[in-house]
Design a protein around this ligand. Structure first.
Ligand code: B12
Ligand code: SF4
Length: 491
């Protein structure tokens, strides 16, 4: 008898209604978590399948049909806060047709809100908080045997009306024991999963999390899944993974999604040296804190193929950086960006707008800052108090705001600081992006990049054509422009 399990990355509100064309330029990275879980399950005798709803163009009803056709014993859904309601719709739909199925949930939302999630949604049977790789296997074996779930660390389960929360499990010291993520089970891999436009030179692209955990506590950040202890693959194992992706799948660019790729100077140096020695011709991008870069390491990274570094710059105001509990200040951010630019690596600044304490003055400081530094991409998100982040507790206590969950994709203001309205924030949002991008030197940079890497130009043209079609449709239907519709849909 087959031991089927279907893993699902549910559809979620990634794009505002009427804005489907945006998918041509956005990041379509798969759920790496599900790839790890599927690999682990397969290694332990299970037959896993992965459903990547958005990339496969499946809405909730289509996902349910897909699952029901296969009639698995278990369904495992990964939950970001933004996807919880959609996941619940899928779980209910599946259970209506397959009453015997067991629905497991895990992921960042469960790591911080596991109990509340099981209490609110009785369609989810068992939850795993934190790292799921080993917990999943123990859980599946216990469920198969009809055994007691209480000894399995990290698991939350229901007994009648009561939700039980087991103690957390010990964290393994190394990641090297994990099997390779099951890229072979990912529909359309690797071509269907490009990062955001201009975020890589040439595809196809794959993601790797070379480490897990972060010892810092920036107040807006949810670190509840991997906690504060940093663990990593050995540099040799990372190079092995890159070789596999390159040789088996033709991958030419790697996106490291670790929270702190540059945490250990020794490890990064060894990784770069090994990658250079390997002769693999791949480029890569990573994220870093501004206080971890130095010119000599940057020069080595560049030689090893590093194409872009994303820095969490957040704002141009030191007062806000202090409020966020970020260790570095604006001056350090500026220095890091200049060093990186000087080393020939592109820089992407991750910013947020609307953090508690934001004022017209802090917005002005951010505007001046982004125009002053040699940054190549500005990524601006709308401040969102995600469950699991310290600021969520400051603003909401532990009270659940399920009405907000579906909007928690960084593209909606769900909260506004004192003295500034959401409407003003929306205007400032567009103003900041405009101030950064609409400058001759940036236009010149992107024209040069498009000519050098024409795949981006094709994506941009598809985006432009989609935009024109959407605009035309809204004009013909007598409705107002799509930008106005978006603003209304968020209220
Ligand atoms: C890469 C990444 C992305 C990628 C890929 C997303 C994806 N589907 O995985 C992209 C760019 C698309 C993305 C988008 C967003 N992201 Co993001 N992203 C990350 C990042 C940096 C790494 C994720 C990762 O690959 N981790 C490694 C894998 C192995 O871990 P994992 O997926 O969590 O899975 C493990 C466990 O969670 C668990 N598990 C997961 N699912 C399941 C299911 C079952 C059944 C079980 C048993 C266990 C289990 O087991 C897995 C293996 O140990 C994290 C930060 C982080 N440190 O995790 C943020 C993070 C997950 N993102 C976040 C957010 C908010 C978003 C966005 C909503 C908005 C935004 N600002 O970007 C969007 C949309 C989310 C979506 N549904 O896709 C938040 C989530 C907060 C929350 N409570 O929802 C995080 C935690 C960042 C942060 N620190 O605040 N993201
Ligand atoms: S923002 Fe980065 S450094 Fe800060 S807590 Fe989150 S992962 Fe750690």
């Amino acid at each position: 008898m087959t031991r089927d399990i279907i893993f699902v990355n549910p559809p979620y509100e990634r794009i505002a209604p009427g804005y489907d064309f945006v998918r041509h330029v956005t990041n379509r990275a798969p759920s790496l978590g599900l790839l790890h879980l599927a690999a682990m399950a397969r290694e332990h005798g299970w037959t896993p399948t992965i459903v990547e709803s958005d990339v496969e163009g499946l809405d909730e009803a289509a996902v349910v049909r897909r699952i029901v056709e296969r009639a698995p014993r278990y369904v495992g859904i990964t939950l970001f806060t933004v996807g919880v309601w959609s996941a619940a719709t899928i779980a209910r739909g599946v259970k209506a047709s397959l009453p015997g199925v067991t629905v497991l949930v895990g992921g960042p939302h469960v790591s911080s809100m596991g109990r509340e999630t099981l209490e609110r949604f009785d369609c989810f049977d068992v939850a795993v908080a934190g790292e799921g790789d080993w917990a999943l296997i123990e859980l599946l074996e216990a469920l198969e045997a009809g055994a007691d779930l209480s000894p399995i660390g990290g698991v939350l389960w229901r007994d009648g009306e009561t939700v039980h929360e087991n103690p957390t499990r010990p964290i393994p010291k190394t990641l090297d024991d994990l099997p390779l993520p099951a890229w072979d089970l990912l529909p359309g891999f690797p071509h269907a999963y490009p990062p955001a436009i201009y975020d890589y030179p040439r595809g196809p692209v794959a993601t790797i999390a070379a480490s897990r955990g972060c010892p810092f506590h920036c107040r807006f950040c949810d670190t509840s899944t991997f906690g504060e202890r940093l663990r990593a693959y050995s540099p040799g194992r990372v190079v092995e993974m890159i070789r596999h992706l390159h040789d088996q799948w033709g991958v030419r660019h790697i996106m490291f999604v670790d929270d702190l790729f540059l945490a250990s100077r020794t490890r990064v140096t060894e990784f770069c040296e090994r990658l250079i020695e390997s002769g693999l011709r791949v480029t890569w991008t990573c994220t870093a804190r501004v206080d971890t870069v130095k010119p000599d390491v940057l020069a080595l990274m560049r030689r090893a193929g590093c194409w872009e570094i994303s820095f969490g710059l957040e704002t141009g105001s030191n007062e806000l950086l202090i409020a966020m509990d970020k260790a570095a200040r604006v001056e350090r951010s500026e220095e890091a960006v200049r060093w990186t630019h000087g080393a020939g690596i592109r820089t992407k600044g991750l910013f947020m707008l609307g953090y508690p304490g934001e004022t017209p003055e802090t917005i002005r400081l951010t505007r001046d800052f982004v125009r002053r530094i040699p940054m190549d991409i500005m990524n601006l998100t709308k401040f969102t108090p995600y469950p699991g982040s310290p600021i969520y507790v400051d603003l909401y206590g532990t009270k659940i705001r399920p009405d907000h969950w579906q909007k928690m994709n960084g593209m909606n203001f769900v909260w506004a600081p004192e003295g500034i309205s959401i409407h003003e924030l929306d205007r400032a949002y567009q103003g900041l992006l405009f101030a950064f991008y609409f400058r001759p030197k940036i236009a010149h940079h992107y024209i040069a990049l498009s000519l050098r890497y024409p795949a981006h130009l094709r994506r941009l043209l598809r985006f432009g054509a989609g935009y024109a079609r959407a605009k035309l449709r809204s004009l013909v239907s007598g409705k107002r422009g799509i930008l106005v519709q978006e603003a209304e849909s968020l209220r």
